[in-house]
Write a protein that binds this ligand. Structure first.
Ligand SMILES: [Zn+2]
Length: 355
């Protein structure tokens, strides 16, 4: 039997460099009289727009260096839920492109220190602005470098791809008929209402269903209500946990609800900190408005159960009915219930108008 030796291939890894390695490489290219271009970005879910951009950038130089934003830097400048793809994978995809000569990780949100280190002959940026608007332009021009802006192709974007996937997810299962969501609707706060309140809960092993929740949700479901969660998750915005941990906690909750046959149709969450002053954080109404639209639900047919005043305030501001879980509700609260089961009974006995 002949044994064939196949050398291990590290796809696209050879041109991924540390900043020190890149600095040395840049020196070699300088000695060879090659024009070096530099650009940077997140390159999350690489698409044709990115490829087009990088190919155009490469036509402006002899060697193209791409600095890929670290996961941490993407989170801090774009969105706490981004990137979708981890930095090492984003780097390896970029490194495999023929138009890219070297890739490095950019841990800062701005490229100033890498530009300082590498002194590229041309600094290239994608966007809809003038070269004079580039923040790094003075830095580049100071050592005699040039800047260029490549216009963005708006036909395709990572955000549009993500949106498309989210739309598809409703219809993803062939077992389920491809139909939309429908009211009447009960929106449920999560922490302190469905599961035990735990400070910045991120550990699925700490998920405990509260008393009466399984039976209560089943009663609502049998009465024809759709169920969805609306939850403030400030811990995400503050960096205590990430999207994956949030999803893991939800999955554990769903696992514990499975014996009751409960279907939570949607999770709406606010990932922002108080300081971000968003419109989704309860008592803001954006999550409720979104749910009303998704479920084609009239306001009169939407109920909110929560253990915080902000839950009830959000419900009332949106024209829905809020029920505060409290054994000692503050005066003027509106509707309240001593227990989850009592809240369920209140909703069951409410008049629901046919959609
Ligand atoms: Zn928010």
């Amino acid at each position: 039997m002949t044994e064939i030796f196949i050398p291990p291939i590290k796809l696209g890894m050879s041109n991924i460099c540390t900043s020190e390695e890149l600095s040395a490489l840049r020196g070699e290219w300088r000695d060879q009289g090659l024009k070096v271009g530099f650009t940077c970005g997140a390159f999350d879910l690489l698409h044709a727009g990115h490829v087009d951009y990088l190919q155009t950038a490469r036509t402006m130089c002899d060697r193209l260096i791409v600095a890929v934003n670290s996961d941490e830097s993407v989170r801090s400048y774009k969105n706490p839920l981004r990137p979708i793809v981890k930095q090492e994978f984003r780097m390896s995809v970029i490194a495999a492109l023929r138009c890219v000569d070297a890739v490095t990780l950019m841990t800062e949100t701005r490229p100033a220190s890498l530009i300082e280190l590498l002194r590229p002959d041309i600094y290239i940026k994608g966007g809809d602005y003038q070269v004079s608007q580039l923040k790094s332009a003075p830095l580049v021009e100071a050592y005699g470098g040039a800047c260029a802006v490549i216009p963005v192709n708006h036909e395709i974007s990572t955000s549009a791809i993500v949106k498309r996937i989210q739309e598809l997810s409703l219809y993803a299962s062939p077992e389920k008929p491809a139909q939309g969501l429908k009211g009447p609707l009960v929106l449920l706060d999560r922490d302190g209402t469905l599961i035990e309140n735990s400070h910045f809960l991120r550990d699925p092993s700490k998920v405990r269903l509260l008393e009466g929740v399984g039976d209560g949700l089943r009663t609502l479901q049998n009465a024809g209500f759709s169920l969805a969660v609306i939850t403030n998750q400030q811990g995400m915005g503050l960096g205590y946990f990430d999207y994956e941990s949030f999803v893991a906690v939800n999955s554990e909750m769903l696992r514990q609800l499975a014996p009751y046959g409960i279907q939570i149709a949607r999770f709406y969450f606010c990932p922002h900190s108080l300081a971000e002053q968003c419109e989704c954080r309860k008592p803001g109404t954006a999550m409720i408005e979104r749910a009303l639209a998704d479920f084609h639900c009239q306001r009169e047919n939407c109920f909110v159960i929560g253990d915080a005043l902000s839950d009830v305030q959000a419900a009332e501001a949106a024209g829905c009915t809020g029920i505060l879980l409290s054994s000692n509700p503050p005066a003027g609260t509106g509707r309240s219930a001593q227990s989850f089961c009592a809240a369920v009974e209140q909703i069951k006995s409410s008049q629901v108008i046919a959609n």
